[in-house]
Design a binder for this molecule. Structure first.
Ligand SMILES: [Zn+2]
Length: 754
């Protein structure tokens, strides 16, 4: 748009029989009458479009903020979009179509009752467009942030001093795990949404030296193949909380926000997943094959099926873990990875079919959800049903390979063929009939990014791949009741019950991505949108003696941990592992959740100490928050290391405050008064559950820190309860509660009087 003065002359070029006099939003700019500008306007936004150049700008009427901040944004960069538009068509008051001579068009439209502005491309299939790099540019001086829904979520500051470039492809591994991005500048918020797996948003941070700002963060959306539209929804003044709650409302309309309550109605065993730890035996039979899957390199029975059941019984009876998703890996013929997809019989090395069936029965008699670990995406050359016909093909017809895992080199089974294999009588139906676990886990389904296959017998594109994986999820859930897979994607929420890997990976926030490299703070954005919709865990093993930050992250997210590093066999009977772990202990800060001095798990196996300490906090915390979202996420100090998450609302809200700083943190809480938290310490305060790992709480000094939890055991809230269960993990055993002082070594039900 040039320098223009509005004189409100109506200009309409009709492609269909609309009525010119009902078009109040279409005006002509003054002075230069060859340049006509179209305005689309609703209560919340106004879009101005130059119908010759296609340049546009969006005004957020609620905040008065323009996107872009200055000037105008382009309609998209592509060779087929070069040159001016020659024709303007308005078929209704909410949209305008600008046509090129070559017939292609860009449509600007108000959608979602005027709440969103849609940019849509017509014609020239399979041609990419790059757009929004200018419209969404944010700078340090505007207080700019981008929110990327990758695993839990990234808050990327435009004031980090970091230069980087990174693409977060739709549904890709550590890409965009929801079809949205959020933006904040000058205290004004906006979200961009889309529906197609060929949308590739790329963020770039630059540090120019010749501009009024020092850092600029731009986001370029590349729309390939079938991707033709983006929606921008300005939300007025706000922050990440505004963005999360607006996106939740949008997700509900899209049918994505199927809640745990819905899922419990769907299958009653899902209730047993609320507040459940995730214990995985990885893997019962560990066999490693060479690259070609022709020669065994090693084979080891880590647990027999009977031992697996004994571990579950130990966790329930000796460690007092009430709820657990108990996963068994490596039960298949040949051991995990080997010979997929031919699973049966359960391998004889660990005891065979009968022993596995007995083990599942014993695990489930504890009230634990047993889950068998499977994989239908990777196929190995030594599988009985090996057939290249199942495998994804490149354009030249060659087979697509995957990773080099225990079974050798994996070949990627095409998504429709995955479902076909899973449905064979000898696969899921027989496994269900033989073992009847309440849950099934199919690895990699939600982890690997969307796939393409060029086999003429089963061609798929990225969207088709997702559609087939949805069918696989629904099928597995129909057979077993509960279904989960690795990592997790928004599109899988309605079709599954749990994600393993969404919260974190192997002791870190991410697998490959390094938040510090892109100036990002990890925030529990997923919990702000979907906490009440899914059971979620991290994935992979990690070292408990280095896991304090990992635990702190799970406390903020109100998510139980995954325990995937069980020592072999009946580990708690061995003392060698105990002394070994103690010797290898790192800094006390990092190892704090392995402490047991003076507490419940003193003298127990180090794994049991860590499991008990953490699950006594995270299990009940998840139970009291499972049907809420994280309604408010706040930074309580300047360096953003003291973080508060509020789950739920009003008097039922549970507040979680966690110290991610390098030094101790002081603040005042409702129940704890002047609280002092050590590094990675926390306070949880809800009406029926309280927990803390603190150096001072409620007037009691705890030296290097103590960990306690309190739960109301009658039907009253804690402040009125006459039966309060107190659990003490480590540190000094004294606790002040409602005017009395108690000494609780391990656990005790105290009976405060009014
Ligand atoms: Zn295919």
């Amino acid at each position: 748009m040039r320098k223009l003065v509005l004189i409100c002359l109506l200009v309409l070029l009709k492609s269909t029989g609309g009525q010119a006099d009902t078009e109040p939003h279409t005006y002509m700019w003054g002075i230069d009458t060859t340049h006509v500008s179209v305005w689309l306007e609703s209560r919340s936004l106004r879009v101005e479009v130059d119908d010759v150049t296609g340049r546009w700008a969006l005004l957020d009427k609620l905040s008065g903020t323009r996107w872009p901040s200055r000037g105008t944004a382009g309609a998209g960069t592509a060779t087929w979009l070069e040159g001016n538009f020659v024709r303007t068509e308005t078929t209704d008051k909410n949209s305008v179509r600008l046509r090129k001579k070559n017939g292609t068009a860009v449509v600007f439209a108000l959608v979602d009752e005027g709440k969103a502005f849609e940019l849509r491309y017509e014609g020239k299939a399979d041609r990419s467009v790059r757009v929004l790099d200018d419209a969404l540019a944010i700078t340090d001086i505007e207080g700019g942030y981008a929110i990327v829904p990758c695993r839990e979520g990234l808050l990327i500051s435009a004031n980090s001093g970091k230069s980087f470039k990174r693409v977060f492809g739709t549904s890709d591994y550590e890409g965009c795990h929801m079809n949205m991005l959020g933006f904040i500048k000058g205290g004004s918020t906006l979200i961009v949404t889309w529906d197609d797996a060929y949308v590739f948003p790329g963020l770039q941070s630059t540090k120019p030296t010749d501009k009024p700002y020092r850092q600029k963060l731009t986001t370029t959306f590349e729309l390939r193949r079938s991707a033709k539209l983006l929606r921008l929804m300005p939300l007025g003044k706000g922050d990440w909380n505004t963005i999360a709650s607006a996106y939740r409302r949008y997700a509900e309309k899209q049918g994505l926000a199927i809640t745990l309550r819905d899922k419990i109605r769907r299958d009653r065993h899902v209730e047993l997943m609320v507040g459940a730890a995730n214990a995985k035996l990885w893997t019962c039979l560990a066999r490693r094959m060479n690259e070609q899957s022709t020669k065994e390199e090693s084979a080891k029975v880590r647990w027999t099926f009977d031992e697996a059941a004994q571990i579950a019984e130990h966790l329930r009876k000796d460690v007092g873990i009430e709820r657990c998703l108990f996963m068994v890996g490596g039960w298949t013929e040949g051991g995990y990875d080997c010979r997929h997809p031919d699973n049966l019989p359960a391998n004889p090395e660990c005891g065979g079919n009968k022993a596995l069936s007995d083990a599942i029965k014993r695990i489930q008699e504890l009230g634990y959800v047993a889950s068998l670990h499977d994989n239908v995406q990777d196929m190995y050359r030594d599988a009985k049903s090996w057939d290249p016909a199942f495998i994804e093909k490149r354009r030249d017809g060659s087979l697509i390979t995957g990773g080099r895992w225990l079974g050798g080199r994996a070949y990627m089974v095409c998504a429709p063929k995955q479902l076909e294999l899973a449905k064979r009588p000898q696969n899921l139906p027989a496994i269900h009939q033989l073992f009847s676990p309440w849950s099934y886990f199919i690895d990699t389904t939600y982890a690997v990014g969307p796939r393409e296959c060029y086999d003429p017998n089963h061609p798929i594109d990225r969207n088709g791949d997702i559609a087939w994986k949805i069918r696989l999820s629904d099928y597995a859930r129909d057979v077993f009741g509960i279904f989960g897979s690795e990592c997790g994607r928004e599109w899988a929420l309605p079709h599954s019950d749990f994600f393993e890997g969404l919260v974190a990976v192997g002791g870190k926030y991410y697998h490959n991505l390094k938040p510090e490299d892109i100036g990002a703070t990890v925030i529990p954005f997923f919990e702000m949108v979907y906490h009440d919709c899914q059971i979620c865990y991290g994935k992979y093993g990690y070292r408990a003696e280095r896991a304090a930050e990992y635990v702190a992250h799970h406390v903020l997210c109100a998510r139980p941990l995954h325990y995937h590093s069980f020592p072999d066999h009946l580990y708690w009977q061995s003392i060698t592992s105990q002394s070994k772990i103690n010797k290898e202990s790192q800094t006390p800060d990092n190892a704090c959740y392995t402490r047991s001095d003076g507490g419940w798990a003193e003298n127990m196996h180090p794994l049991d100490v860590f499991l008990k300490n953490t699950h006594e906090v995270l299990g009940p915390l998840h139970s009291v928050t499972a049907h809420d979202v994280l309604t408010r996420m706040e930074f309580l100090n300047k360096d953003r290391t003291l973080r508060q998450a509020t789950y739920g609302q009003g008097k039922d809200a549970t507040k979680v405050i966690v110290n991610f700083g390098t030094t101790e943190a002081r603040f005042t809480s409702k129940l704890g008064g002047d609280v002092v938290l050590p590094r990675w310490g926390f306070v949880v305060e809800g009406p029926r559950f309280v927990a803390f790992h603190a150096r001072r709480w409620n007037g009691e000094e705890y030296g290097e820190g103590a960990l306690f939890t309190l739960q109301a055991k009658d039907d009253k809230d804690l402040k009125n309860s006459h039966r309060v269960r107190v659990f003490h993990a480590f540190g000094p055993a004294n606790l002040r509660w409602r005017g009395n002082r108690y000494k609780v070594q391990r656990e005790q039900v105290i009976q405060p009087q009014q």
